[in-house]
Design a protein around this ligand. Structure first.
Ligand code: MN
Ligand code: MN
Length: 467
């Protein structure tokens, strides 16, 4: 091999060159990453909503020996506990060898994802078809949700207080549902609408039936027939829709994507990709020095408000309980704590290159992406990690051999967004955003790179195992 020139040597020493994970990793490690992603894909297929994700999470935790957290109990190093917040958010912790007064380590991800929620009075009949009115949840491009198969998941609380679970559209023999769209032949007027109004909010109506109940005396016979089926199957009546949370999500499973199978295409990588990797990190960590906490939260997509969102006190209460058990104040623990806000980032898309600053955008296949700040306009709505904490995390990732890149969420003034980082940072905790780059974020079919997914897991585990 020819000797390196002085310029080449100097460039190697001084220049920042992000590494493509596929160029750097051994075949062995690539195989491990693909295996890991097989588990992740299974998780996604059984965790289509925040409730299902929380339920699956609790099942995995219990199988690994985690027990429900008891705030009156004093735990010892190595103990594994979890807290189920109303079936929609979960905290899992492994007690460390150091006192919590020296700080805990938190990885926070969210398990809610954009979807179509049923309205409180959703079922109606029009032109001999039965439909459900919806109210979309989170930031969606509404036109993407028409003419795709939808499944329906959730719970109904009936007047007698009993609860029924609804889950229909995932099994091969199940029926599915859909929002209809206009045929191009008659869409002349619709095609003149802006893209954001291509399908309007009140046009996101889900088709659920067309067969009438046979009775000449009654009107709305198709709707009546649907109510008959719902009553037979779930014991519910129309008024029970009000005390229900029913969510329509894409009905198809996630798939390997690409001839090389290097990517995963499917619904709700945002943010179950960081939720699953953070969950696996807390499941796999052994005898950590600091107490480590994975929090899988709800309501991020609507601004983190509500008692299952991270703007509520449930994480603070959990840490306060840990502190109290060791005879210290919650603020002592929080002020010494560190957090990775684990959420997806926008990957540079060669088809739409104008929205990202190529020098600062995350790229698919370049590892987990660190994001110093998010927000909009002049960094509005971000916690902006300090240089000190950012430096500490970079050092940690380098030492652990994690392939990482940095990513900014789009060009200045192009738009922007937020994560849960600020809610944790506002508790006086050091926080930085880190996560997996995604193409087509918030679409019913999002794309991630398998190697990036694995690097997220490696990053969270290194953070939990830091000495
Ligand atoms: Mn997210
Ligand atoms: Mn999101």
């Amino acid at each position: 091999m020819a000797e390196k020139t002085k310029g080449q040597q100097l460039a190697e020493e001084l220049m920042f060159t992000p590494k493509q994970a596929g160029m750097t990793l051994s075949q062995e490690e690539i195989d491990r990453a693909y295996d890991f992603c097989g588990d992740y894909m299974q998780f996604l297929n059984t965790a289509k909503t925040e409730r299902l994700a929380a339920g699956r999470t609790v099942a995995l935790l219990e199988a690994a020996g985690f027990v429900p957290f008891d705030r009156t109990h004093v735990y010892k190093a190595g103990d594994r506990v979890y807290l189920n917040n109303r079936g929609k958010a979960v905290i899992a912790a492994v007690i460390g060898r150091k006192p919590v007064a020296e700080g805990v380590r938190i990885v926070a991800a969210h398990i809610d994802a954009p979807r179509l929620d049923l309205k409180p009075n959703p079922l109606y009949e029009d032109s001999d078809l039965a439909l459900l009115k919806t109210h979309y949840y989170g930031g969606i491009k509404k036109y993407q949700w028409a003419a795709i198969p939808l499944a329906l998941h959730g719970v109904v609380i009936k007047r007698d207080g009993s609860q029924v679970e609804v889950s229909i559209g995932e099994e091969p023999g199940d029926p599915v549902f859909c929002v209809t769209d206009l045929l191009p032949h008659l869409a002349g007027e619709q095609m003149k609408r802006t893209l954001s109004a291509g399908i309007k909010g009140e046009e996101l109506n889900i088709l659920v039936g067309s067969m009438p109940f046979k009775d000449d005396q009654q009107s709305e016979l198709v709707k009546l027939n649907i109510l008959r089926i719902l009553h037979e199957k779930y014991g519910m009546v129309e008024a029970d829709f009000l005390s229900a949370e029913l969510e329509a999500v894409p009905a198809y499973p996630v798939r390997d994507l690409g001839f090389d199978r290097s990517m995963i295409g499917g619904y709700a990588h945002d943010d179950r990709v960081c939720a699953y990797t953070a969950l696996r990190a807390v499941l796999d960590v052994e005898a950590p020095l600091s107490t480590v906490i994975t929090v899988l939260t709800d309501k991020e997509e609507t601004g983190s408000d509500g008692n299952t969102g991270l703007n509520s006190a449930y994480l603070r209460y959990f840490i306060a309980d840990l502190a109290e058990a060791e005879g210290v104040s919650a603020r002592t623990v929080l002020s010494a704590s560190k957090c990775l806000s684990a959420d997806v980032n926008a990957a540079h898309d060669p088809t739409f290159p104008d929205v990202t600053d190529k020098r600062n955008a995350a790229r698919l296949g370049y590892g987990v992406a660190l994001m110093k700040y998010s927000g909009s306009r002049g960094k509005s709505g971000t916690s902006d990690a300090s240089a000190e904490f950012t430096g500490e995390v970079c050092r940690l990732l380098d030492q652990a051999g994690v392939i990482w890149q940095q990513g900014e969420l789009g060009k200045v003034d192009m738009g922007g967004g937020g994560t849960v980082a600020l809610y944790v940072a506002n508790l006086d905790v050091d926080v930085i955003d880190i996560g997996v780059p995604v193409l087509s974020m918030h679409a019913p079919f999002e794309v991630v790179s398998k190697l990036d997914v694995y690097m997220a897991y490696r990053a969270f585990r290194a953070f939990f195992e830091q000495k």
